[in-house]
Ligand binder design. Sequence first.
Ligand SMILES: *Cc1c(COP(=O)(O)O)cnc(C)c1O
Length: 372
Amino acid sequence: MSATENSISLPAEILPKDGRFGSGPSKVREEAVNALLAAAPTYLGTSHRQNTVKYHVSRLRRGLSSLFQLPTDWEIILGNGGTTLFWDAASFGLINSSSQHLDFGEFSSKFATVVQKAPHLDEPEVIRSEPGTCPSPTASTVDTYALTHNETSTGVTAPLNRPAKEGLVLVDATSAAGAISWNPSEVDCYYFAPQKALASEGGLWLAACSPAAIERIEKISSGDRWTPAGLDLGIALSNSRQDQTYNTPSLATIFLAAEMVEWINNSGGLSWAEQRCLQSSGIIYQWASDRSFAQPFVTEADKRSPVVCTIDLEGVDADTIATVLRANGIVDTESYRKLGRNQLRLATFPAVEPADVEALCACIDFIVDALD
Ligand SMILES: *Cc1c(COP(=O)(O)O)cnc(C)c1O
């Protein structure tokens, strides 16, 4: 009689030390939580308009400039609401009238939808490709291009290349920022929320902005387009320059993000984090290629994400595997709900230990054997 999912207990010696493999919110490093705990008595519960909190905002902004090795005329701006809110803000404060969007999964499609519904903007150009692939932008007359660095719903990483001389290039980097390198000369606004590769909490958006993006923000913000204050990037910009946000942010999110950015910078920077993620994801892709019941979902190897590994299963039920893993303390390995595939989605963000990724693969093998 084969084992049922309720009866499979993974031996303690094969378990990863940390069982968090979710694509976001993702594993937060214990060291960062301990640092927050140590700072808490003089930090949490204090005014975000005073120097203690402003110091940590400044630490985060400076740390990100150094992480991305930004040219000195770039600025980091921030505000509340995460990436989803930034799309709304960008539809008011970054797009003049026309935009082109690459749509290759749930997240990249959402920004296009925001623009489609905005009465003050033109119908956007949308270039779509099947989940598991990514399309290329085409040079156009639009004033803004919307790219996605890592499509978290499918596990595809896209190259970032400026499609044309004219037009701002906005990049949703929510699951890539801090894990995948990029070239600022190809981008104008690299925006993200810190609950994925940056191992913090949600609710905040951050955006690295080129002088051209800043100029666009200032021009639109000082013009006559009506913009809700909470979505006004001009207001966000002036607050950010004072290491503040327009309204109250989560102090824990800011602190944990600053800790993570500093940890990466002190460990060797973005290239170090990227190598670590390539190592971890390489373990998973190699493991899947070596198994008869598994294979990487993304067929083009150079598009396979180093941080979100999507693995199709055959002959074994992915939901059952994920359920057994969860019952044994290994969580959030389920595939993206709307993708509807027999798939595991395993995050290998910088905070995840490569040794834990090895252990995860061994645990899946154990479950597949036990179910057989
Ligand atoms: C998670 C994610 C989002 C949404 O981020 P929120 O902070 O929840 O709004 C957007 N884009 C990508 C690529 C993501 O991975």
